[in-house]
Design a binder for this molecule. Structure first.
Ligand code: DGL
Length: 266
């Protein structure tokens, strides 16, 4: 048993969808969250820059005394996870394997569409992980670079967002997609809009819930779960503070307004 906090980071506030799933499943855990809002988006950056930013994010969380880290950003998981695991001596888990588990949970799944940032799609991390487990699967990758900024703007069902979604999804629909993998931690906020656009026959999956389950299994195997008597704390650190980010953070967590603290990374 270990009551030190968990560290969770993302390029911005999208990773709070993972925080929500972790809090639902592991309510006794304290959490330190870091959103690198000053350098958002990661999705358009080069792999080298993403690795450097992710390394700085991890060092900050370690300086806060965390016992394990979740890379709650698909772009950073795709490009930096193995380097982070090699560089640091604490459990670090990403969102790609959990996302793959979520997609393959239904054995009837035959044609998976993946929407993500350009960086995640360019890495082909999901494609490789899915093909390894299900070589028969048709995998359709679609970069969707406008979605994260539209979500940051809270344009969840704005005509501009619907137009962008229609443009991104049409090629996947033309190829008979039966499952849509939301491979960016921002995208769960679009689920109601996506459900309206796609109807009930296309399954929507994201990695937040399965990521929390992976984390639980991993912590349990290392005897690192917090004891039931732990009073959990939640610390929200952002590298750039604005009212917009605090409002967004509350929306991602489905919680009352939050007080974030500004931090500088080095
Ligand atoms: N949350 C990031 C991800 O999951 C997307 C936002 C960004 O481009 O930084 O990839």
């Amino acid at each position: 048993m270990n009551s030190q906090p968990l560290g969770i980071f993302d390029s911005g506030v999208g990773g709070l969808t993972v925080v929500k799933a972790v809090r639902d499943l592991l309510p006794h855990e304290s959490i330190v969250y870091l959103g690198d809002t000053a350098r958002l988006p990661y999705g358009s950056k080069s792999p080298e820059t993403i690795r450097q930013f992710a390394e700085e994010d991890v060092r900050f969380l370690i300086s806060r005394g965390v016992k394990a880290i979740v890379v709650a950003c698909n772009t950073a998981s795709a490009h930096a996870l193995s380097a982070l695991q090699a560089n640091h001596n604490l459990p670090i888990i990403g969102v790609i394997e959990p996302g793959v588990d979520a997609a393959l949970a239904d054995p009837a799944c035959q044609r998976v569409g993946i929407i993500a940032t350009r960086g995640t799609i360019r890495s082909h991390a999901y494609q490789h992980a899915l093909a390894l487990r299900r070589p028969d699967l048709l995998i359709l990758e679609q970069p969707a670079p406008l979605l994260a900024p539209l979500i940051e703007e809270n344009w969840l069902d704005h005509p501009a967002t619907i137009a962008a979604l229609q443009t991104y999804l049409q090629p996947l629909l033309d190829r008979g997609m039966d499952t849509l993998l939301l491979a960016c931690t921002h995208y769960p906020l679009l689920v109601p809009t996506l459900q309206k656009l796609l109807g009930p026959d296309i399954r929507l999956v994201d990695s937040a819930t399965t990521c929390a389950q992976h984390l639980q299994t991993h912590l349990a195997s290392l005897d690192l779960l917090a004891p039931a008597e732990n009073t959990p704390t939640f610390d929200l650190f952002l590298t750039d503070l604005s009212e917009q980010f605090e409002l967004l953070a509350a929306r991602f967590l489905n919680s009352p307004p939050l007080q974030a603290k500004r931090v500088e990374l080095s």
